[in-house]
Design a protein around this ligand. Structure first.
Ligand code: NAG
Ligand code: NAG
Ligand code: NAG
Length: 342
């Protein structure tokens, strides 16, 4: 091959990569409020719910063109770190710290009622997930070294907590092991016929993955209160996943902030070749091999299943979510920022 031909191939590859990079942008839809958003639930390409501190909930029913912002009456001081929306009218919001509460609305956020409350000292709920529109789970920090788990069979109307002495439903935690309520995505459950699968990830002094009945230490930075795994994304059909985290007190550090997980037989780990470019609080699958992750110092995309990550924005986001029934991808973060990936 002539050298000019080689160069033309190289240049067309570079142009092609640049075009690919240019194709993706993060467009801010709303911002400028003194609210930190960490909860985000996208029902379809039009219906988006977000939640945050100071009792705040935002909702759009037009794909993010406009958002209605509301403060939940009587809960103005609470930090709603996770939201699970079922349609334009129905959603659950989960507050961190004491007392642990989950509220539900059936009228688009006008009225909220309490569906869960636990006044036990030390209660700290971290994240919810749903296998379908009725079966859900919430995870909380360990109480007396037992990880707190509650489940609902009816879209959050009633919650059932496992007995404290049940080590399968209430796994035992290590000292200093807890969960990050960073994006509502450190637990993922899935329904396959009548069979349920699930995973959740911990952080702190120890960072582990719990997948069905198996548990493994994660090769993610750990040992301090600010370190560990923040988020898990699982492709249950392909039996693989990706976790992200890092040290939120040192968000530029890329050391051990992401690992690919093979869940076929035993739990196996594969290190990325190019890590996400900082601490990451959330990761999500966009398609079979495309993933997005975000954190306080930026947003990365991978198009090879998580092996290589490309920084696409240096804007700060806490959470990134793909529509449950749709293709749109939204992000939310500090200063009431809500954005769409285009
Ligand atoms: C908003 O919430 C934060 C904590 O999440 C609190 O420090 C602050 O005082 C609240 N602001 C208002 C106006 O309630
Ligand atoms: C969710 O799954 C459960 C168990 O298979 C089933 O009983 C329930 O009807 C499902 N709910 C929805 C809304 O599909
Ligand atoms: C998903 O969206 C399509 C069209 O937007 C709709 O027809 C379908 O009923 C939705 N599926 C679910 C499970 O909501």
């Amino acid at each position: 091959m002539s050298s000019s031909k080689i160069f033309s191939i190289i240049f067309s590859l570079i142009i092609c990569l640049q075009l690919n990079a240019q194709k993706i942008s993060i467009n801010i839809l709303d911002s400028g409020r003194k609210i930190s958003l960490r909860g985000l639930s996208v029902v379809n390409d039009n219906i988006i719910w977000a939640s945050g501190n100071n009792g705040t909930v935002a909702r759009s029913i037009n794909g993010g063109k406009t958002f209605a912002w509301l403060t939940v009456k009587g809960f103005e001081q609470r930090d709603f770190r996770d939201v699970e929306a079922f349609d334009s009218n129905t959603a659950l919001i989960m507050a961190v710290a004491e007392p642990a509460i989950i509220l539900k609305t059936k009228d688009g956020g006008k009225d909220w009622y309490k569906v869960f409350e636990d006044t036990t000292k030390g209660m700290f709920l971290d994240a919810m997930d749903f296998a379908n529109d009725s079966l859900g789970i919430v995870i909380g920090d360990p109480i007396n070294n037992k990880i707190f788990i509650a489940t609902t069979p009816n879209a959050g109307e009633k919650w059932f907590t496992a007995k404290g002495d049940d080590t399968i439903l209430n796994p035992v935690s290590f000292k200093g092991e807890a969960f990050f309520a960073a994006s509502g995505t450190n637990i993922a459950i899935h329904k396959n016929g009548n069979y349920f699968e699930g995973a959740f990830v911990s952080g702190g002094t120890v960072s582990r993955i719990f997948y069905n009945e198996k548990t493994e230490l994660l090769p993610i930075i750990q040992g301090k209160e600010t370190t560990g795994t923040n988020s898990v994304a699982i492709d249950f059909a392909a039996k693989k996943g990706v976790v992200v985290g890092g040290d939120f007190a040192n968000d530029k550090d890329t050391l051990l902030n992401c690992i690919l997980i093979n869940l076929k037989d035993s739990i196996q780990f594969i290190r990325p070749q190019t890590s996400p470019h900082g601490y990451r609080s959330c990761v999500a699958y966009i398609s079979k091999n495309t993933l997005i992750c975000c954190g306080t110092n930026g947003v990365d995309i991978s198009t090879d299943g998580g092996i290589n990550w490309q920084l696409i924005s240096t804007k700060s986001f806490n959470v990134c979510v793909k529509a449950k029934n749709g293709s749109a991808v939204f992000l939310a973060g500090v200063n009431g920022k809500i954005a769409k990936m285009e």
